[in-house]
Design a protein around this ligand. Structure first.
Ligand SMILES: Cc1cc2nc3c(=O)[nH]c(=O)nc-3n(C[C@H](O)[C@H](O)[C@H](O)COP(=O)(O)O)c2cc1C
Length: 356
């Protein structure tokens, strides 16, 4: 979870409990300005690399050199540098989305032990990606499928696709599995994401043909999430108290973003036709597709504001479950949450949780 939501404390705890912790890898120099001041004004991209290498090191230390993954958006200006920094820092897996990471095999060609996985949201994207990587003799180590109907943050599909119900998980997972098998890639797992909250959701994805599940929103509600930024208390409070459906807002990345409905995200709602550009500074030039000072807002500033408990300016990305009534929203330790995902929700005094 970016920007800087999944840090070393959360990623390492997930790995220690038998999962695979995945750090956010983009634009880390920006929220760490106070630490990396000497680089920031002139060399923001150096700061990003330093902060990422430092977070990988810390995660590895915290989880006893266990599995450490990194998620990098293809749409960031320094995608190539961050992928290389990750590989050099010894990450086990690079997951890349928000754009098709067509060039990733060449970028990390000197690091055959670094696993690589693209994120896809449609069968077409899966076919394009796999064919391209196979032409470079580098099959994916996994395919991450993100449902455009449930995932938090940027979506790999249009608003029309979302409204029309295109690319449903059953269809994309099933078709992609068949396609991989036909290519002789039976061993390449599909990791399904978007809307998994309970054990039963994991089982549903597995029954559709996935071999694993990626979860984000429920892990935001852990004690370990956001520790590097004081516990991101407001973010968690908004997740817990939210009783409105999540909304799709327009991101300067050129993709719809799923977020908690707040005055800020509603101003940029996808279905609002009256959106005007907001003049702003461009402190970091983070996204390739962004029109910088002419874009509707600075996404890096507003995502960082969310880490800093700033309700007015924060952009709080969230999966669709966060807007569903009746979803269990306790703050748990990662150990407790992983236990519940293995064995189901506990039976509480006098009340049985039906949503296991
Ligand atoms: C706060 C937040 C930040 C996210 N940031 C990223 C990101 O930087 N890159 C990415 O590929 N996906 C990102 N996602 C999407 C998640 O990685 C994940 O695939 C998706 O949210 C899964 O659905 P769930 O939240 O219902 O579990 C983010 C999700 C959330 C909630």
């Amino acid at each position: 979870m970016g920007v800087a939501v999944t840090g070393p404390a959360l990623a390492a705890a997930v790995t220690k409990e038998g999962g695979g912790g995945v750090l956010t890898g983009v634009a880390l120099g920006y929220p760490f300005q106070h630490i990396l001041n000497k680089y920031n004004d002139q060399k923001p991209f150096e700061a990003n690399k330093l902060a990422l290498a430092e977070w990988v090191k810390q995660t590895k230390q915290l989880c006893g050199d266990g599995f450490t993954g990194v998620n990098i958006m293809v749409a960031v200006y320094d995608f190539r540098d961050l992928a290389l920094t990750s590989a050099k820092s010894g990450v086990d897996l690079i997951i890349a989305g928000a754009g098709l990471p067509l060039a990733l095999p060449q970028i990390v060609s000197d690091f055959p032990d670094t696993m690589i996985a693209p994120i896809i949201s449609s069968v077409k994207a899966a076919r394009v990606m796999v064919r391209k990587w196979l032409s470079k003799h580098r099959p994916p180590d996994a395919i991450v499928y993100e449902s455009i109907h449930h995932s938090g943050g940027h979506q790999g599909g249009s608003v029309d696709d979302i409204i029309n119900g295109a690319h449903q998980p059953e269809e994309v997972i099933g078709e992609t599995r068949r396609f991989l098998d036909k290519q002789g890639l039976e061993d390449v797992p599909i990791i399904a994401a978007g809307g998994a909250w309970y054990k039963k959701d994991i089982q549903r994805f597995l029954s559709m043909g996935a071999q694993g599940v990626q979860m984000a929103s429920r892990f935001l509600l852990t004690e370990e999430c956001g520790l590097e930024f004081g516990g991101i208390r407001l973010f968690k409070k908004l997740f817990v108290n939210n009783d409105k459906p999540t909304i799709l807002e327009r991101s300067p990345a050129g993709l719809p973003g799923r977020a908690i409905s707040t005055p800020f995200s509603r101003r940029f709602a996808e279905l609002d036709n009256k959106i005007v550009n907001k003049p702003h500074d461009c402190p970091f030039a983070c996204l390739t597709p962004c029109e910088k000072k002419k874009s509707i807002y600075c996404i890096l500033y507003h995502l960082t504001a969310a880490l800093q408990d700033n309700y007015e300016d924060g952009l709080f990305f969230a999966g669709s479950n966060v807007g569903e009534p009746g979803v269990s929203k306790e703050i748990l330790s990662v150990k407790e949450l992983m236990g519940r995902l293995r064995i189901g929700e506990p039976v509480t005094a006098g009340k049985v949780s039906l949503a296991t």
